[in-house]
Design a protein around this ligand. Structure first.
Ligand SMILES: [Mg+2]
Length: 369
């Protein structure tokens, strides 16, 4: 007999601000703390968890505007809930904080649905694999040479991750000499067989990005992320045509039209998508399909434990970003955190949902609302 669809009884939000382990910066911004907005969606005695890393205001927005739309909806109807949120927010602007808030709720609802059905989330989504390749990501411009060496060595020698990414574009692109020194240092630390990626966070000009890439030809850079601002699609294309590395961007995409424009402009070799911004699992899967229609791979941007299951259900996935700042938070906050040993996350598929349980005692000390 078909089950009666349970209803969503409660959407609860908690906001945490967690200090970084040391000051962090990329080419265009510096930070010393990270805010996580965590959503618990409950149906009866079953609770799903999702989150975003965004402004604390996401929490207030979810409480006041999104939760009332979701409570009472059929708990299996993730699409209905997503549409209700997007429609209600039309006049407030889907881009920005509202997109982050919708994403946090959507990811919690998918986890809830999988737990209600008692299946692992990647199986519910239609898994195409049980292992998800990762790349180590960090290498902040604020790091000392010793700290950079230590972080890269851990990924490569201890965890056996075969691809790593560092930030470049120090001081808004004003110090390419140090960028090149750090790229050279990274190559020396990781050896010749590990893939080296760089992320300029959009700080270079077109010609500057091309000059940096050409100067670093002997370093075999495989991935050049946001060499110029990702708003400059022609610029990304120009750099892409001029360098050997794959050009990647897309972390600021909030809707399908954004991703389609980026693909159509032939601006990237690999499209990055961030489910904590673009609209959760619902929109991530559709954005990945947009990329597939252009013959492109996708890569999951940050929030590794949020992305692992949808990544396993995405045929054109290249890899997932094992981002230092978020790894630190997620492994501290959750029981069931994943292990990148060997360069891939193993989803063995016994636990329902995303397999994560909040360790409240560890999280509470960082709670701000
Ligand atoms: Mg980036």
């Amino acid at each position: 007999m078909a089950m009666t669809c349970p209803r969503i009884d409660e959407v609860d939000v908690r906001v945490y601000t967690i200090p970084t382990d040391e000051p962090e910066a990329d080419g265009t911004i510096a930070w010393d703390s990270t805010t996580m907005v965590l959503v618990h969606a409950r149906s009866g005695g079953t609770i799903g968890v999702g989150w975003t890393y965004g402004a604390a205001q996401c929490g207030a927005l979810i409480r006041s505007a999104l939760a009332p739309l979701i409570v009472g909806q059929p708990a299996l109807d993730t699409g209905r809930c997503f549409q209700a949120m997007v429609a209600a927010m039309r006049n407030n602007g889907r881009q920005g904080t509202i997109g982050y808030a919708i994403s946090a709720v959507d990811t919690a609802l998918w986890d809830l649905k999988a737990r209600l059905l008692d299946v692992p989330l990647h199986r519910l989504l239609g898994a195409v694999r049980d292992t998800v390749p990762v790349y180590g990501s960090g290498g902040f411009t604020t790091y000392s040479d010793a700290r950079l060496t230590e972080q890269l060595s851990r990924w490569v020698q201890v965890e056996a991750i075969p691809r790593v990414k560092i930030k470049i574009g120090q001081s808004q692109g004003a110090d390419t000499r140090r960028d090149l020194e750090r790229m050279r240092q990274a190559r020396e630390v990781i050896g010749s067989s590990v893939e080296l990626y760089v992320d300029a966070n959009g700080c270079y000009s077109r010609k500057q990005a091309i000059r940096v890439a050409h100067t670093a030809t002997d370093l075999d850079i495989r991935w050049f992320e946001e060499p110029v601002t990702s708003d400059d699609l022609e610029g990304l294309r120009e750099v892409r045509d001029a360098v050997d590395a794959d050009v990647a961007a897309g972390e600021y995409g909030f809707d399908l039209y954004y991703f389609r424009r980026m693909c159509q402009a032939q601006a990237v070799d690999c499209l990055q998508i961030d489910a904590s911004r673009c609209g959760g699992i619902t929109e991530w899967l559709r954005a990945a399909a947009v990329a597939a229609s252009f013959g492109l791979d996708v890569s999951a941007h940050c929030s590794p434990h949020l992305h692992a299951h949808m990544a396993a259900a995405t045929p054109n996935l290249r890899h997932l970003e094992w981002f230092h700042d978020h790894v630190r938070i997620e492994t501290r906050f959750f029981d069931g955190a994943l292990d990148p040993q060997g360069g891939a996350l193993q989803l063995d598929g016994s636990a329902p949902g995303n397999g994560l349980t909040l360790r409240e005692s560890d999280a509470d000390r960082y709670r701000v609302s």
